[in-house]
Design a protein around this ligand. Structure first.
Ligand SMILES: Cc1cc2nc3c(=O)[nH]c(=O)nc-3n(C[C@H](O)[C@H](O)[C@H](O)COP(=O)(O)OP(=O)(O)OC[C@H]3O[C@@H](n4cnc5c(N)ncnc54)[C@H](O)[C@@H]3O)c2cc1C
Length: 433
């Protein structure tokens, strides 16, 4: 290989596919390079697909994309060791097309997405690893080096979409080394069972799905959450916690997942299922402050490699697709205007991101990672207190309700002073404001 392209896209996850698709649709000569034997082979996700981000690329995707179930109900569980207390939102609006969210299996979905990229005209090469960026004398990126013999390929611009580890961006000095406090390590399993079992367990009809997000004692005081998603004939279950917490506590994520699966609220939902797939993967959860510079002379960064994940709302793939699309739209504008792919011109990409939900949402929660990291009472004390309060009030045992209230207040006072409570309320306000 020593050809030249308008753009090279590294990686065939949601970010790389969105970028390559948009560029190829506009008629640019695009080469996309993926190290897996097929797109999706290396990718791990829960997985919830947010329709909006894909619809902006492929408006009729629902007619052919491999979708599992559309989500009609979202539960949020706060758990202690024996119970959970939570919210539960179910709406008939979510049953009516066009549906807003779907469960997907990434291995199938990424293959379909890649087919669309190829149909749009991009050249997609798999089983090829990009080992570095090529630069000219002035430092401008002019192409990539791959692990194939004669593996240099040249382009006007390189879209770096190689995921959370982003060896390329780190090696080139475009991004700092991954700090354990900025990434979560997540593990997930898929448990297969007849689709009728999925539907009866969650009170849903054919095609409908349920999401359960979990927090509390399941992460043993570490900053993190668990999830359970319904697929057509399987259930995905996973848990993710900050890598720095795991290192400090010397626990493995598999231990956490086993404990989550054994929780009395979770275990009956998985009963009888056959576990066929498991995987572990990092998630960039450092938030707004962890976002690196996303453009330079001849390069842009999109998706997880740019640390674009909104951990509060469990959104990652949509940020990946949106950043990939916006990187591509910036490149297309410059190409059409005959402007060179310099940092000065590619800065328009960052301005696009600033103006859309990606940066606005990440900025909104900019303080949250630090606050939750430093205050593990939100994952231990409060889940225990609120579950204990519910247990006390709902147990009918001849004790009058006023006495029960006093008992609950005494429990709260014992575990958290009034100043502590007020301080925590202020921290929550700061984290979510
Ligand atoms: C357990 C888990 C659950 C999640 N659940 C959800 C969810 O429900 N909803 C959601 O929206 N997000 C979720 N996410 C986040 C979501 O998966 C990511 O945000 C999304 O995959 C990022 O897309 P990406 O294209 O940037 O990176 P990736 O999907 O990681 O794709 C990067 C691609 O680049 C390739 N690559 C890497 N290095 C090279 C190289 N040197 N040369 C060539 N190719 C290379 C990789 O093989 C890979 O295919 C979850 C993540 C995890 C781990």
């Amino acid at each position: 290989m020593s050809e030249s392209f308008d753009a090279i896209v590294v990686g065939a996850g949601p970010a790389g596919n969105a970028a390559a698709y948009t560029l190829a649709q506009a008629g640019l000569a695009v080469l996309q390079i993926e190290r897996g034997e097929a797109p999706g082979a290396k990718n791990v996700q829960g997985a919830i697909l947010y329709a909006d981000a894909l619809e902006r690329l492929i408006p009729d995707f629902r007619e052919e994309a491999p979708l599992e179930r559309h989500i009609i109900e979202q539960r949020m569980w706060v758990m202690d060791d024996e119970s959970h207390i939570g919210t539960h939102f179910r709406s008939n609006d979510f049953s009516r097309p066009p549906h807003n969210r779907y469960t997907i299996i990434r291995a199938k979905f990424d293959k379909w997405f890649s087919k669309k990229v190829q149909e749009a005209g991009a050249l997609v090469i798999c089983e090829t690893t990009v080992t570095g960026l090529l630069r000219d004398g002035a430092g401008k990126v002019i192409g990539v080096q791959t692990d194939r013999g004669d593996g240099a390929v040249y382009a006007e611009v390189v879209v770096i979409a190689d995921g959370v580890n982003s060896l390329l961006a780190r090696k080139a000095g475009f991004r700092a080394e991954l700090a354990p406090k900025d990434v979560a390590l997540a593990v997930k399993e898929i448990h297969f069972m007849p689709k009728e079992a999925v539907e009866s367990r969650f009170n849903i009809r054919a095609g409908q799905g349920v999401v359960i997000e979990m927090m509390g004692k399941i992460t043993q005081g570490m900053m993190g959450t668990g999830f359970l998603y319904t697929n057509t004939d399987s259930i995905s279950i996973g848990v993710g916690v900050m890598l720095s917490d795991l290192m400090a506590q010397r626990l493995t994520p598999w231990e956490l997942l086993e404990q989550t699966k054994a929780h009395p609220s979770v275990q009956p939902l998985l009963e009888g299922g056959e576990m066929k797939e498991y995987a572990a993967h990092l998630i960039p959860e450092g938030g707004f402050h962890a976002i690196p510079r996303v453009f330079g002379d001849g390069w842009v960064i999109a998706g997880d490699s740019g640390m674009f994940v909104n951990a509060v709302h469990r959104e990652g793939s949509n940020l990946a697709m949106t950043t990939g699309r916006m990187a591509a739209e910036t490149i297309i504008d410059l190409a059409r205007a005959g402007l060179p792919m310099t940092a000065e011109h590619l800065a328009a990409y960052r301005r696009r991101l600033d103006d859309c939900f990606v940066i606005k949402d990440m900025k909104k929660y900019k303080d949250l990672p630090d606050i939750f990291h430093a205050n593990n009472q939100f994952f231990t004390t409060y889940p225990e207190l609120v579950n204990g309060a519910a247990r006390t009030m709902l147990t009918v045992d001849g004790v009058d309700k006023r006495s029960k209230e006093k008992e609950i207040f005494a429990c709260f006072r014992e575990r958290r002073s009034l100043f502590g409570l007020l301080g925590d309320a202020f921290k929550l306000w700061r984290a979510f404001r």
